[in-house]
Design a protein around this ligand. Structure first.
Ligand SMILES: Cc1cc2nc3c(=O)[nH]c(=O)nc-3n(C[C@H](O)[C@H](O)[C@H](O)COP(=O)(O)OP(=O)(O)OC[C@H]3O[C@@H](n4cnc5c(N)ncnc54)[C@H](O)[C@@H]3O)c2cc1C
Length: 495
């Protein structure tokens, strides 16, 4: 079995990145420059390109998709980073903003399993099955469960009453740590939120999941991003990799464009899909902001980062059916903060059977844990290597409980840490899911600080994950479209 302990920043498709100036084909001016090719950036770019605006996407990595990505390893292994599950809403979002070649490939996961000292069962993660579990397994009153769902459904961004998720759970299911675990654990993995985050973030995200189950993309992330690039090209969007935006340039309070090394590309509108903190703390010079606003925006807290272990089965090896997603823990009781413990007892396994990439016959398993930057950031290289080796060993031991013969089937094991995510995306502290709730406000207020500068991407918990990011890209594109129309009206000759 090959073990690899370096970052997953090597060539992900086995090919060397092309040499030469990556921006040689870029124009000197676009209507819109998008900084970053995450799902929010790509979705915004596609909508604006489709509307007839000239758009380019500048991505610092040579591959595209941001955290919606994959990598390949010798021996035919392909590993997905963040293709574990998203709500049904992604189907509609993709149909509307990308078309049916993408939305038709979105299919429901067949099974989600929980295995911890408080409960063990399989669920389809649909509202119907969750209700059945809450009522028949946990013994909750049906009226309480319905009223809980209705309360969540009614929640929206403008009605934040300051309640935390812990308080919400206590109101409906007092003292029921097991119920809290069922309700919170999957959401903590999905967006890094904890019991201490605002109840409305929980309500909005849980309601999205709790309609018709959990979904995935058939063909894998590589196919998704390849198809998105084809559609972008069709819509005239220029996409450039290896293009590190060093600065978003501003003149007289208005965005002027971006600087990539010594090259400036001008644009009346810039959408930053880089992290919110990187956008306001690194990409724009501080004197362009109102001081009080900037000071407050800098206080925005980040969500956690992640660790992952990627395990590839050799060709011809089989994996018994367990589930698509397995939430497993040996902690007797649930507390959401402990999900980010450095060598914690809780992890999620994603099992990728051949149905994910039909025709390949291959199986991979990816385990994910939430993680804190501080635990990993300052380790010396030897300590870092040791911590990674321990992470891999702990993960294999946990997987062996479910697949006893797993070690003999694996031909590749590799891990990533908050340092990998920071290196790869340039997100502050390797944040996997953007910022805490307060970040959404600063993200949305950016154009009031600098005319023509927008932020779009994982932020505020609600706008995180594949669906949240793609939807935020669409919301931002609509605002930008309206801005371009009004600029055109301003400059149109009067008869
Ligand atoms: C381990 C893990 C598991 C996850 N699992 C799931 C899941 O199962 N389901 C789900 O829905 N979500 C999941 N997510 C979250 C989801 O992947 C993200 O929320 C989403 O993909 C983020 O999209 P985004 O548009 O915010 O941009 P990102 O994906 O964060 O991309 C930002 C892009 O900007 C680029 N960039 C940054 N700075 C610059 C610069 N200066 N110049 C040029 N380019 C720059 C980066 O290189 C990157 O490509 C997971 C995340 C992680 C880390």
């Amino acid at each position: 079995m090959s073990h690899s302990t370096h970052y997953f920043t090597g060539s992900r498709d086995g090919k060397r990145p092309p040499a030469g100036d990556p921006l040689r084909k870029a124009k000197d001016h676009y209507d819109v420059v998008v900084v970053g090719s995450g799902l929010a950036g790509l979705t915004a770019a596609n909508i604006l390109g489709r509307a007839g605006h000239s758009v380019c996407v500048l991505e610092q990595h040579y591959n595209f998709g941001g955290l919606a990505t994959w990598f390949k390893r010798r021996g035919g292994h392909v590993f997905d980073i963040s293709l574990h599950g998203f709500p049904i809403g992604m189907q509609k979002t993709c149909r509307k903003y990308w078309g049916t070649s993408i939305s038709d490939r979105i299919v429901q996961l067949e099974g989600v399993r929980f295995d911890n000292p408080q409960f063990q069962f399989d669920t389809t993660f649909t509202r119907e099955d969750f209700t059945h579990k809450l009522v028949d397994v946990f013994g909750c009153a049906p009226a309480t469960v319905e009223s809980f769902y209705e309360t969540l459904r009614a929640m929206n961004y403008y009605d934040d009453d300051g309640r935390t998720t812990a308080e919400l759970f206590e109101e409906f299911f007092p003292g029921r740590n097991d119920v809290h675990r069922l309700l919170m654990e999957p959401i903590s993995y999905a967006n890094g939120s904890t019991l201490q985050d605002p109840a409305i973030t929980y309500g909005i995200v849980f309601s999205n999941f709790m309609s018709k189950g959990v979904y995935t993309f058939t063909g894998g992330t590589d196919l998704l991003i390849r198809e998105m690039r084809t559609i972008l090209a069709r819509n005239g969007v220029d996409v450039f990799g290896r293009s590190q935006v060093d600065e978003i340039t501003v003149e007289h309070g208005r965005v002027r464009g971006v600087r990539v090394g010594t090259r400036e590309i001008r644009a009346e509108t810039v959408i930053s899909n880089a992290g919110l903190k990187a956008t306001i703390e690194r990409l724009v010079a501080p004197d362009h902001f109102d001081n009080a606003w900037l000071d407050a925006a800098k206080q925005t807290r980040l969500n956690c980062s992640s660790t992952q272990v990627y395990m590839g089965l050799g060709p011809g090896e089989d994996l018994p059916w367990i589930a698509d997603l397995l939430f497993t823990s040996t902690r007797p009781e649930f507390d959401s903060a402990s999900l980010a413990d450095m060598h914690g007892q809780s992890r999620t396994f994603s099992f990728y059977y051949p149905k994910v990439r039909p025709g390949t016959g291959r199986h991979t398993v990816v385990s994910s844990m939430n993680a804190d930057w501080a635990d990993w950031a300052d380790l010396s290289e030897p300590d870092y290597a040791m911590a990674k080796a321990r992470l891999e060993e702990d993960t294999l031991a946990a997987l062996e409980v479910h697949v006893p013969e797993i070690r003999s089937k694996l031909t590749h094991v590799e891990s990533s840490t908050p340092r990998s995510f920071a290196f790869y995306t340039q997100h502050t502290q390797g944040a996997s899911f953007g910022t805490k709730f307060e970040g959404l406000r600063y993200s949305m207020e950016l154009p009031q600080q600098i005319e023509g500068l927008f932020h779009s991407g994982s932020v505020g918990i609600i706008m995180s994950g594949w669906l949240g990011a793609a939807n935020y890209g669409a919301i931002t594109a609509n605002k930008v479209d309206a801005r371009i129309d009004s600029l055109a009206a301003e400059t149109a000759p009067t008869s």
